[in-house]
Design a protein around this ligand. Structure first.
Ligand SMILES: NC(=O)c1ccc[n+]([C@@H]2O[C@H](COP(=O)([O-])OP(=O)(O)OC[C@H]3O[C@@H](n4cnc5c(N)ncnc54)[C@H](O)[C@@H]3O)[C@@H](O)[C@H]2O)c1
Ligand SMILES: [Zn+2]
Length: 535
């Protein structure tokens, strides 16, 4: 176990009992955070609450947790948290990246039953001192549901033995997925090799029916494990194969999915599974968002781009005429499974293009990811599954953290647009055929770095470092003046959106980016400087 396990959940859900057993099973230390705080301060939790108030206690709790997780090289451990320890959202999202977090849940009745049978009973619990306890617990659980839902898993404990629960917790810990925190719609992304049949089987649960959506290229290559998982569930299931390609990502293109759902009688308890590149997963997600006003869906991305980019953020959409992703919805999948071995069959051009998104992601938030791609370039290009697991996992972690902190694109999420301002314009200037999205983003990155240099944000060594890496990955990195002028010209035409300026993301260092507006009139003046001489 590489990372520690945190157990959260309401009081009396058995966090310490279960925690001790999981720690024993794994042979690692166990820490009860409340006990640790009591030991250190020489006070009971109730005393600390009454002396310092809830805020004072939470500060102590936070410091104690920080200490447990501070040293990433320290051995993994199991930490049982107090019920309110991770209610502060930013700390929770951070914890999801540092450790595996499991919520134990129980019904209000069961919680009160357990509390009353404990020594000291309710009197020991300051939050429950007054009123009807079952109603009070239900109220608190409701208020905390979004917080408790943001975890690697929520395990219901009523009527089950601590050993059974401990086994289940351990399995979640071993899987060590990446969580995309989105309140009660949070979900896990699992990354590995040849894991689709097993993981999909788990995620499907017991649906009334299941519809696999794929395309005619992907399904013959990689459909076997997903189809096996569906048939193992024993529910009604069928599949829809779409024609491949962005040109089919349209309202009309959705029809076969809805037709398939209708023929299957797929109801609110049904589930859609999208197996394919970003086109298939975007369409499956949108169909799931709208069929019966929303059903569950699972993403099984099969391209590098769909894994590192489309699998996180809950954006689903189809295009409308020229407008990309014009009709869509935010609709989170209930889980995503990335089997990196399927990337072996992806075309070179698409695979390489997606690496520019990986580099972008590394620049935004993970220096170790950038070093990994630099040092293991050959293995990445060979599509070595071990390296790809790490590349995909690290990329997803960065994006998951960013979208978790900014689900509806208020600010932080804008940093994901690094390289995309000019990149999109170059893609569009090439009629979406001259350059793939990834190739355009490679050039957009170079342009954003050079502009950053021009404006004093970006050190020239960073531009040189990224340009060198793009070259080694055979990605475009030379900016032609004419193409650049066409692209900035397009940005100027798009005045309605831009109000005379466009938003750029600037890299100051690897892992440190900021956004700011650049006046289009200035940009036009600088364009010649951004181009490569003689290109
Ligand atoms: N939802 C989001 O947040 C998000 C993010 C990024 C991109 N996208 C969307 O993703 C789409 C692009 O996705 P893409 O780059 O995966 O392209 P794609 O889905 O068009 O797939 C590219 C081609 O590769 C084939 N293919 C897929 N997996 C394969 C495999 N393992 N082996 C062989 N062939 C395979 C497909 O059949 C297709 O022909 C765009 O529509 C874009 O808008 C969405
Ligand atoms: Zn992109």
């Amino acid at each position: 176990m590489k990372r520690s396990l945190l157990l959260t959940g309401f009081m009396a859900t058995g966090k310490s009992t279960v925690g001790r057993r999981v720690a024993a099973l794994a042979g690692v230390p166990f820490v009860d955070l409340d006990e640790l705080i009591e030991e250190k301060s020489g006070r009971t939790v109730a005393q600390l609450f009454s002396e310092r108030g809830e805020a004072g206690f939470r500060a102590l709790e936070r410091a104690a947790l920080d200490e447990q997780l501070a040293d990433p090289s320290a051995s993994a451990r199991v930490v049982a948290l107090g019920g309110g320890a991770l209610l502060q959202r930013e700390r929770r999202v951070e914890a999801l990246g540092q450790a595996v977090l499991v919520t134990l849940s129980a019904s209000p009745k069961e919680i009160v039953r357990r509390l009353e049978s404990q020594e000291g009973g309710r009197a020991k619990r300051p939050l429950l001192a007054e009123g009807d306890p079952v109603a009070r617990v239900a109220e608190l659980l409701e208020a905390r549901s979004a917080g408790y839902g943001e975890a690697h898993a929520t395990i219901a404990c009523d009527g089950r033995t601590p050993d059974e629960i401990a086994q289940q917790v351990r399995a979640v810990w071993e899987r060590d997925a990446v969580v995309v925190a989105a309140g009660t719609a949070s979900y896990s992304v699992v990354i590995g090799q040849n894991l689709v049949e097993r993981e999909l089987g788990d995620l499907l649960g017991s649906p009334s029916s299941a519809l696999l959506v794929s395309d005619t290229t992907v399904e013959p290559l990689h459909g076997g494990p997903a189809l096996a998982a569906l048939s193992n569930r024993g529910c009604r299931s069928s599949e829809v194969l779409l024609p491949p390609g962005e040109q089919h990502k349209t309202l009309d293109g959705l029809r076969p999915i809805f037709q398939g759902a209708s023929s299957l009688g797929l109801d609110r308890q049904g589930v859609l599974v999208g197996l394919g590149g970003g086109v298939v997963t975007d369409m499956t997600g949108f169909a799931a968002a709208t069929w019966m006003r929303g059903v569950r869906w699972i993403g099984v991305p099969t391209t590098l781009l769909a894994m590192v980019d489309a699998s996180v953020g809950g954006k689903t959409a189809v295009d409308f005429h020229e407008a990309k992703n014009a009709i869509g919805a935010f609709w989170q999948p209930c889980g995503v499974i990335c089997d990196v071995t399927v990337l072996a069959t992806e075309s070179d051009r698409m695979f390489l293009g997606a690496l520019s998104e990986v580099i972008k992601t590394a620049l935004i938030g993970d220096p170790a990811l950038l070093t990994l791609v630099e040092e293991r370039t050959e293995a990445v290009l060979r599509r070595d599954p071990g390296i790809l697991e790490e590349v995909v996992e690290r990329s997803i972690r960065v994006k998951a953290r960013i979208v978790s902190l900014d689900e509806r694109e208020q600010g932080l999420r804008a940093t994901l647009n690094l390289g995309h301002t000019i990149g999109h314009a170059l893609e569009s200037a090439g009629g979406y055929t001259a350059l793939t999205h990834g190739e355009a983003i490679a050039l957009g990155l170079v342009a954003a770095l050079r502009l950053g240099e021009r404006l004093g944000h970006t050190p020239s060594e960073l531009t040189a470092r990224i340009t060198r890496l793009l070259a080694r990955l055979s990605l475009p990195h030379r900016l032609e003046r004419a193409a650049l002028e066409r692209a900035t010209g397009l940005l100027r035409l798009d005045k309605k959106r831009s109000h005379g300026s466009v938003r750029f993301v600037f890299a100051h260092d690897v892992g440190r980016v900021t956004t700011s507006n650049v006046a289009l009139s200035d940009l036009a003046g600088w364009t010649p400087d951004l181009a490569d001489l003689g290109a």
